[in-house]
Write a protein that binds this ligand. Structure first.
Ligand code: SF4
Length: 549
């Protein structure tokens, strides 16, 4: 067990205070897994998202919590905010051990330690086991310079920077405890929002020139087992009422057999959830997509980047526009929504290349997409090339406070971004599946709640109430224990003014998923409409308790 005075705070602060986006509202998942490993080993630790918390409140939190160790997660966008936090911690708690981790710190550890006296150490790459060993040494009196910790760089007593070298990665990801079990005492974190995001594998064998993911997680893929994924989903459904998940692996479908087993378990154990994931255009096939859709996958995001082979080659992205087109056809055939990531402002980009990307968007017809200007990140081949060939300053990230560094700063990049966004908007009206598509999906896959939910939503939007109700009712007739059917019916009846039917549907949902806060909130509102104040208050209170708990 830990000493009572050894308390660890794992924190993150984004660069835009007050912004309402995932950068500010969500913690990096890595902090949650480090926290889980520490807590399971008996250390007292907690996670904090300080992005929306002002300086005075942070000082108060530091004073009252008095952590002995503060670990800060550093990305390129928040590198200065993180250093300011490190300074603040040392100001308030001079004896506190401050370390940085995360993708930016991993790539710039030497610069950090040499130029920032407020930083005592940097954890390199994935940091669960490094933190565990460090916490153990600190608890026993401090870092022993004669026994450098693998994966940790630190400043020795004489001011010299010492690196413990690379730490072997965690081989068995299943052994990392579930983060959701240890989020209870967090600060600035909404567990329901945060825990929707799952990571089920680490590593990427590709070497895209703009991406530092392989440098951080390694190039060898490691996977959690389907059983561990199911355990996490079950836990989050039971504890937090979550029935929608976003799987953030770089390429969720990299191991086909694992994906099929995951889908089989979801179906066999009647775990009715919806989910989305990221994949690669050349890591998909129609059989796997069919099972993914049956098991609740409603959207796939693909890193398409460009419609120009020349640009793809320059990015080191080993895919072709033809593969992107084929992936889009396969995804559309089973009726999963498609979202694409595109890149603008590459060095060789010409008007022809942009036109090729617009043509690709036209043919792929994604439901939505993101266009990001190509930027330099530390630890990427792109940045190294920029330094060698294009006069980019090697200390770019230290000397310039910009949150990001576009490779091309000319106004054409903004123009290209706008053009690609317009192209995405222009196909938006033609991406929606229509009646004939849904008939095709049903013929191909048989009954599947994901199709019914999408079809019901489409029919309701078209004003076809009878059709929408039929789709939703088919779900609860086929699978009376499917919460999504009851949720869809509850909302649909509510919209139609059928209050009693809506109440009945939400009551059934609340029985199936007793932690589903929105169901209790809806019941509170619905009973208010019926004039039953007592029941309304009861369900509102229950919803509040769920949120607080
Ligand atoms: S962009 Fe995706 S595929 Fe390419 S290296 Fe990064 S994670 Fe891997």
């Amino acid at each position: 067990m830990s000493e009572p005075d050894m308390h660890i705070l794992l924190a993150y602060k984004s660069h835009r205070e007050g912004a309402d986006d995932p950068y500010t509202s969500l913690l990096p998942v890595g902090l949650l897994t480090i926290n889980a490993v520490l807590r399971e080993a008996g250390f007292s630790s907690l996670v904090a998202n300080l992005s929306r918390i002002g300086r005075e409140e942070i000082i108060r939190l530091l004073r009252s919590g008095a952590p002995s160790v503060v670990g800060l997660s550093q990305f390129t966008h928040n590198r200065f905010e993180t250093l300011e936090m490190a300074r603040l911690v040392k100001e308030v708690l001079p004896g506190c051990f401050v370390l940085l981790g995360g993708p930016h710190a991993t790539c710039r550890w030497q610069e950090m330690l040499e130029s920032s006296p407020c930083v005592d150490a940097v954890a390199l790459g994935e940091a669960e086991m490094t933190m565990l060993e460090l916490a153990g040494q600190l608890r026993s009196g401090g870092i022993d310079p004669s026994r450098p910790i693998p994966g940790l760089a630190f400043r020795g007593a004489d001011g010299r920077v010492i690196s413990g070298g690379q730490r072997p990665v965690v081989e068995r990801l299943d052994e990392i405890p579930l983060p959701g079990r240890y989020i209870d005492n967090s600060i600035g974190v909404d567990p329901r929002q945060q825990l929707e995001f799952l990571i089920t594998s680490r590593g990427c064998p590709s070497a895209c020139s703009f991406c530092s993911s392989p440098r951080f997680w390694g190039r060898r893929l490691r996977f959690r087992s389907p059983g561990s994924m199911i355990e996490e989903i079950r836990y989050l459904r039971d504890r937090y009422g979550l029935i929608y998940f976003s799987i953030r692996d770089d390429t969720f479908t990299a191991d086909r057999k694992r994906v099929l087993e995951f889908c089989r378990l979801l179906l066999e154990q009647r775990i009715f959830v919806l989910w989305n994931c990221q994949s690669r255009v050349n890591a998909l096939d129609s059989e796997m997509l069919g099972w993914m859709k049956r098991a609740g996958c409603e959207c796939i995001q693909l890193g398409v980047e460009s419609g120009s082979q020349k640009v793809l080659e320059c990015l080191g992205k080993k895919i072709t526009p033809a593969e992107s087109e084929t992936a889009a056809i396969l995804i559309r055939d089973v009726g999963i929504r498609l979202s694409v990531y595109l890149i603008s402002g590459t060095i060789p980009e010409t008007d022809e290349d942009i036109t090729a990307t617009c043509r690709l968007i036209e043919s792929m017809r994604p439901s939505d997409g993101q266009v990001s200007p190509l930027v330099y990140y530390p630890g990427t081949a792109l940045f190294e090339e920029g330094v060698k060939r294009f006069g980019v300053a090697p200390d770019l990230f230290e000397r310039d406070r910009s949150p990001s560094f576009p490779v091309r700063a000319d106004h054409n990049v903004a123009k290209t971004t706008r053009r690609l966004l317009k192209s995405l908007e222009s196909v938006a009206g033609r991406t929606q599946f229509i009646d004939s598509d849904y008939r095709g999906h049903k013929k191909l896959l048989g009954y599947c709640h994901t199709t019914n939910l999408m079809a019901g939503e489409y029919l309701a939007a078209c004003g076809n109430e009878l059709g929408a109700e039929r789709e939703y009712r088919e779900i609860v007739m086929s699978e009376p224990d499917n919460p999504w059917g009851w949720l869809a019916l509850g909302e649909f009846y509510g919209d139609c003014g059928r209050i009693d039917d809506s109440i009945a549907a939400f009551l059934r949902l609340s029985e199936l998923v007793p932690s589903h806060e929105p169901a209790f909130r809806a019941l509170g509102e619905l009973f208010k409409l019926t004039g039953d104040r007592k029941k309304s208050r009861y369900y509102q209170k229950r919803a509040d308790e769920l949120l607080a708990g």
